[in-house]
Design a protein around this ligand. Structure first.
Ligand code: FAD
Ligand code: SIN
Length: 533
């Protein structure tokens, strides 16, 4: 058993921002950061475009950034949270720079600001086209300066510990569910350990892996959301899955799709269909820089009309030197598969990218479960509403990592943990003998989510998806209760839960708003509501 004051699950931008702050504030206390993979294998590491923030007050303003965020969010943003993130985000960016993160500058020594869909101004700080890698590098280096931060790698967190584990009945209506820590599988010893904590921060990232094609790495399986749902906490707005319009089309490669950052369109890249037509002007006056939901739907429609699996991103006119200067990683990747962007157009297609919904929090990152906070992509803070504005998520993760720290540090000494928390009960389980049962179910899940719960939805498709999910759920629960746990089985179980929440949210939302587009309800409902499950 491990006991600590502060437990952090996840080593991306949200978890590490919080950990650094807590470690600085309490040098004599231990902060434990658990991750199921290596320290840096996170969605954060793959971020390309950058962090949105108002840094040039001559051309930009908080009001403009707030307004752009609200327009993208399509009526569902929490105004107070938007203001908090936009205004406080500037201090968090400065802090990140003090901690060593480097962002590109122009010839005059000013930050070279990028632009992406839905932004009315150039306001995106970036490090070439590998901004996330630079942020993760800087954060891990900062963490290493604190001997009181203990990193536990390759431990898979299975479940939150609550009164349920003490034998009490816990339901959605239980008013004071409390989190006492987690059970986690040490994947090197195969032992399940109990980590007790006065305060736990969930920073477990996104869930792109529930789809067949995603920009997210394999860790993005929605574990945090599934754990909170099992613990009877509140989950919100899961139907709003953001599809990035331009993932590199590479058939047969499987796994994570390589992203072609929206910043390429910000620098002049043009989407064309198979006939070479620049089609975006037919869909939105902002053309290639319309918000993501609009661009992804336009591409989906062009692919259907022309019968192709991709469209093209044309960068041939952008100038080789300029392109390589800003996007060296994309240039090299394309070249490695025979695409010279100065001569060929890049084949691209939409891919699942970001979960706007998640664990419902208030403006301090507090979830509906006491002593449990959530920050980053696993959280639903109210910032994104029905559609996230590009490059707002790294910002949100830092702001809420900080806010959760502020709230938790005040409370920690008033929290106690009961003495009688049992160990994990693995009685009656045996090693699963057929991995195919897990791998095949995962394929089915990803296929059905892509085919029935993608960019364009209908009631019939959602109904079909739910029926198939029910069966997958039944089979997987049976396997889970008979088997000793493994990360693969637990991830499958979590992904089925998350997929269920996406479909349920989509079924409840009888309208088309932001990222949720249902052809049976093409208009917006007058009832503006968040869907809480
Ligand atoms: P992550 O960085 O995803 O970290 C999650 C952590 O949780 C990992 O350490 C993981 O191991 C751990 N974890 C998960 N489950 C468990 C478990 N069961 N047990 C133990 N540990 C667990 N956003 C922007 O603002 N700007 C961009 O330019 C941008 N570009 C992007 C490009 C790509 C290709 C992708 C995929 C995303 C991009 N995003 C961008 C989104 C942004 O990167 C993410 O939303 C953000 O980094 C999420 O950070 P996080 O700290 O919430 O989670
Ligand atoms: C991108 O670089 O296009 C991704 C930005 C984001 O997801 O915010």
């Amino acid at each position: 058993m491990i006991q600590t004051d502060f437990l952090v699950i996840g080593s991306g931008v949200a978890g590490l921002t919080y950990a650094v702050k807590m470690a600085e504030r309490f040098p004599d206390r231990k902060i434990i950061v658990v991750t199921k993979a290596t320290a840096d294998e996170t969605n954060t590491k793959y971020a390309q475009g950058g962090i949105a923030g108002v840094t040039n007050f001559e051309t930009d303003s908080f009001e403009k950034h707030i307004n752009d965020t609200l327009i993208a969010g399509d009526g569902l943003c929490n105004d107070q949270v938007v203001e908090i993130v936009v205004k406080e985000g500037v201090d968090r960016i400065s802090e990140l720079i003090q901690w060593g993160a480097q962002f590109d500058k122009d010839g005059q020594g000013e930050y070279a600001l990028g632009k992406e869909g839905g932004h009315s101004e150039y306001r995106i700080l970036h490090h070439k086209d590998v901004t996330g890698q630079e942020i993760e590098r800087a954060l891990i280096a900062k963490v290493q300066q604190f001997p009181n931060i203990e990193f536990i790698k390759h431990w898979f967190v299975l479940d939150l510990i609550t009164q349920h584990h003490l034998g009490y009945l816990v339901t959605k209506s239980t008013p004071d569910i409390q989190c006492y820590g987690v059970y986690a599988l040490n994947t090197e010893t195969n032992q399940i350990e109990k980590i007790l904590a006065k305060v736990t921060l969930l920073a477990t990232g996104g869930n792109g892996q529930i789809y067949r094609t995603t920009t997210n790495p394999s860790i993005a399986t929605g574990d945090g959301v599934a754990m909170v749902y099992r613990a009877k906490g509140r989950i919100e707005n899961m139907e709003f899955i953001q599809f990035h319009p331009t993932a590199l089309y590479e058939p047969g490669t499987g796994g994570q799709a390589f992203l072609i950052t929206e910043a390429v369109r910000g620098d002049g890249g043009i989407l064309r269909n198979k006939f070479g037509e620049a089609f975006m002007e037919r869909y939105d006056e902002r053309k290639d820089l319309a918000p993501r939901d609009i661009v992804a739907r336009a591409i989906d429609s062009e692919m259907k009309i022309t019968g192709t699996e991709y469209v093209y991103l044309d960068c041939r006119h952008m100038g080789k030197e300029k392109f390589i200067h800003h996007f060296p990683n994309i240039y090299e990747k394309c070249l490695s598969i025979g695409i010279d962007i100065t001569q060929h157009m890049i084949p691209v297609a939409p891919a699942a990218h970001y979960s706007c919904g998640g664990v419902k929090t208030d403006e301090w990152g507090r979830t509906s479960i006491l002593n449990l906070y959530a920050a980053g992509e696993c959280a639903s803070t109210g910032l994104h509403g029905a559609n996230r504005l590009a490059s707002n998520s790294l910002l949100e993760a830092m702001v809420f990592g900080h806010r959760a720290y502020q709230d938790a540090m005040e409370k920690v000494d008033r929290i106690s943990i009961p003495a009688n928390i049992p160990d994990w009960n693995a009685a009656g389980t045996t090693q699963p003998r057929e991995m195919i049962l897990i791998t095949q179910s995962l394929k089915e899940l990803q296929l059905l989510m892509s085919d029935y719960v993608g960019i364009v939805r209908t009631d019939v498709r959602l109904g079909r998806a739910m029926k198939r999910l029910d069966l997958l759920w039944e089979e997987t629960e049976e396997l889970y209760h008979k088997s000793t746990v493994s990360p693969q089985l637990c991830e499958l179980r979590n992904m089925i839960t998350v997929a269920y929440l996406v479909v349920k949210g989509a079924q409840f939302r009888k309208e088309s708003r932001g990222l949720h587009f249902n052809t049976d309800y093409p208009g917006k409902s007058e009832l503006i509501q968040n869907i809480v499950l």
